[in-house]
Design a protein around this ligand. Structure first.
Ligand code: MG
Length: 257
């Protein structure tokens, strides 16, 4: 009898030994979770909003938005042919509604005629939570198809904090998409940070930020830091460039609609 044969027989004896047979087999039903059932959501046709989204800009008007420059003033940007465009110098606009955690979709376009370079070419921004006229947490909007700038300030960066994983930019003049999941920071009543904000983002369908931890509010100079805030508006930046938007919708991830 060869060594191999002995090993095979030993293996079979082990397999059919009483101790092996008496091991209870896990029941697959034990690990089936049937409730709660995810709510049924009907996806939007083509790039349309899904059935449970709040449409922030559907092409008609700015009823969901106000100017940040003076309290309660209507948003002063241009709406034409279903497209929303920054009116340079009119100031940022932000949502009337306040949000905590959410998923947002928006489409943006740098004008084909955009001039300038670096941070001066097609600059706008999606502030995932606005904490003041010029403050909050910005994911950058900028021409980056043919426009060199610092990597942590290019399009799809969490401004001055997280470089995008890849450059998924389309050329100026073309529509581009952002799909972002925002997890808001949590604060104790005394203002201490309980948990930081997190961002996951896709640019033109490509993952560019993978659950990155936000270090605080976006700042042009110096280090980011947190200040206590609650549910906040979403803001679009007027950085002096006529960037356009369309098809903007949001799905709150908690019961704060
Ligand atoms: Mg910007």
């Amino acid at each position: 009898m060869t060594v191999k044969t002995v090993a095979t027989i030993t293996g079979l004896l082990t397999l059919f030994s009483p101790s092996a047979q008496s091991q209870p087999q896990p029941d697959p039903k034990d690990t089936e979770v049937w409730a709660p059932e995810p709510p049924r959501v009907v996806p939007g046709a083509s790039s349309g909003a899904p059935s449970d989204a709040i449409v922030l800009f559907g092409g008609q008007d700015l009823r969901e938005w106000v100017s940040t420059t003076s309290t309660g003033q209507p948003a002063g940007w241009l709406v034409s042919d279903g497209v929303l465009t920054v009116r340079p110098g009119s100031g940022h606009i932000q949502t009337k509604r306040l949000f905590s955690d959410y998923q947002i979709h928006l489409e943006w376009r740098v004008p084909a005629s955009a001039k300038g370079s670096g941070q001066g070419k097609g600059n706008s921004g999606l502030f995932l939570a606005s904490t003041g006229i010029d403050s909050g947490y910005e994911i950058q909007i900028l021409d980056c198809a043919n426009n060199k700038t610092y990597a942590n300030g290019q399009a799809a960066s969490i401004y001055k904090q997280h470089i995008p994983l890849v450059n998924a930019c389309a050329p100026a003049g073309e529509w581009q998409t952002y799909d972002v999941v925002w997890t808001a920071p949590r604060f104790a009543t005394d203002g201490a940070l309980l948990s930081p904000a997190y961002v996951t983002a896709l640019h033109n369908g490509v993952l560019v930020q993978n659950h990155v931890e936000v270090q605080g509010e976006s700042v042009y100079a110096g280090k980011p830091s947190y200040r206590k805030h609650g549910p906040a508006p979403i803001k679009l930046q007027d950085h002096g460039d006529a960037v356009s938007f369309r098809n903007v919708w949001v799905r709150p991830l908690r019961s704060d609609k």
